[in-house]
Design a protein around this ligand. Structure first.
Ligand code: A3P
Length: 333
C-alpha cells in the first residue's frame, strides 16, 4: 500500500497527466479521472501522447470501441473488407492476431515493453498516403479524441458497442486472465457491478462513451458508422455489406457476394479462436499485460445470465434505462 501511495504522489507531481480524482480499482491498479473519463495510469499517459502526436490522414479508418465490445472481431472484419482483393488476404488472419494486425493508438503505437515510442506513430503517420487506408483502433472516448478525428474531414470511424451486461462480464473475465497482475486483490463481481454502474472502469463511463459516438453517427452518418455486437451476430453478412458501403468500397453482386460470406466465415468466433496465433499464451510484444488468447472467450450474446444475480441485473438495467433509454437509445436491457 505504501508503494501505491508513493506511486500516486510521484504520478501527481511529476507529469502533465496529473489527475485530481483517483479511485482504487483492483490489484495494484488505480483509475485516474481525465476530462470526465477514467483511465489506468498507463492509458492516461498514452492517451495524452496520442492527443499530442497523432494526426489522422484523409483515408484513415478508425475502429473505435469501449473495451470488450467486439473490437477484435471488428478488427478482423475491417481488415478483411478493406484488403479483400490483396493476395493471401485470408492467410493474413491465420498468421496474425487481429490485435497485431490493426494497431491500437493508445496501446500498440506507444507502449512497447513498457516504453513510450513516439516514433512508431510517426511511421504510422507516414503510411497511408496515396490511396491506401490505414486502419487504426482506439478506446479513447469521442469527448476526448473527437476534435482530433474531426480535424480530417474525410477520415472515417466505425464504432462497435455491446450490451452493457455482456460487456461487463467480458471485462470481468478478461481481468481474471491476467494471472498474478490482479491476483493480490481481484475485481470481485459485486465491486465490478458497482464501479461499472458508476462509470469507474477504464475508458468509462461505458454509457457516456457509447452515447457520444452514437450521437455523432446520427449527426454525421457519412463520418461515423455505429453497429452493435448483437446486430453483427444476427446479420453478419448484412453488416459487412453496410460497412463496406460506408467505407466507399461496396460489394457488387456475383463473386463479391461469395466474398461476403467468406469474410464472415473467416472472421467468425469459431474460426478465429481456433487459429494457433489466437490461442497462444504468449504476451504481445506491445507490453500489454494479457496473453493473445485472452481476446477469445465465448463470443456469445447474453452470457451475463450465467454470472449476474437478479439484484446485479436490476442495478445495471436501472442505469441503462436512465442513461440510454432516457436519451432515446432503447438498447441494452
Ligand atoms: P466474451 O468475453 O463475451 O466471450 P474485445 O475484442 O473488444 O476485447 O471483446 C472481446 C469479446 O469479443 C470477448 O467476448 C470475445 O470472446 C469476443 N470475440 C472475439 N472474437 C470474436 C468473434 N470473431 N466473434 C464474436 N465474438 C468475438
Amino acid at each position: 500500500m505504501e508503494k501505491e501511495e508513493d506511486d500516486h504522489h510521484h504520478f501527481n507531481n511529476s507529469s502533465s497527466s496529473s489527475s485530481s480524482q483517483i479511485e482504487k480499482w483492483c490489484g495494484h491498479e488505480f483509475l485516474y479521472k481525465f476530462n470526465g473519463f477514467w483511465f489506468t495510469k498507463t492509458y492516461l499517459k498514452t492517451t495524452q501522447q496520442v492527443l499530442q502526436h497523432f494526426k489522422p490522414l484523409p483515408n484513415d479508418v478508425i475502429l473505435a470501441s469501449f473495451p470488450k465490445t467486439g473490437t477484435t472481431w471488428l478488427k478482423a472484419l475491417l481488415h478483411s473488407i478493406i484488403h479483400r482483393h490483396s493476395p493471401n488476404s485470408s492467410d493474413t488472419l491465420l498468421l496474425n492476431h487481429p490485435q497485431e494486425l490493426i494497431p491500437s493508438l493508445e496501446t500498440n503505437l506507444y507502449v512497447q515493453n513498457g516504453n513510450f515510442i513516439p516514433t512508431i506513430i510517426e511511421d504510422q503517420n507516414n503510411k497511408g498516403g496515396g490511396t491506401s487506408s490505414r486502419i487504426l483502433a482506439t478506446h479513447i472516448p469521442y469527448q476526448i479524441i473527437g476534435d482530433l478525428l474531426r480535424s480530417s474531414s474525410t477520415c472515417k470511424i466505425v464504432y462497435i458497442t455491446r450490451n452493457p451486461k455482456d460487456t461487463l462480464i467480458s471485462l470481468w473475465h478478461f481481468l481474471q486472465k491476467s494471472g498474478n497482475v490482479f491476483a493480490s486483490d481481484p475485481w470481485e463481481l459485486p465491486s465490478a457491478v458497482d464501479q461499472f454502474c458508476r462509470g469507474i472502469v477504464p475508458f468509462g463511463s461505458y454509457y457516456d462513451h457509447v452515447l457520444a459516438y452514437r450521437d455523432e453517427s446520427r449527426k454525421k452518418p457519412e463520418k461515423v458508422f455505429f453497429v452493435t455486437y448483437e446486430e453483427l451476430k444476427e446479420n453478419p453478412n448484412g453488416c459487412v455489406e453496410r460497412i463496406a458501403e460506408f467505407l466507399g468500397c461496396p460489394f457488387e453482386g456475383g463473386e463479391d457476394q461469395d466474398l461476403v460470406g467468406e469474410i464472415v466465415k473467416n472472421c467468425s468466433f469459431e474460426n478465429l479462436s481456433g487459429h494457433e496465433v489466437n490461442m497462444s499464451n504468449e504476451m504481445p510484444p506491445s507490453g500489454f499485460p494479457l496473453p493473445y488468447s485472452s481476446f477469445f472467450r465465448r463470443g456469445e450474446v447474453g452470457d451475463h445470465v450465467n454470472y449476474l444475480g437478479e439484484e446485479m441485473v436490476r442495478m445495471i438495467d436501472d442505469v441503462t434505462r436512465e442513461k440510454f433509454h432516457g436519451g432515446g437509445f432503447v438498447y441494452g436491457v
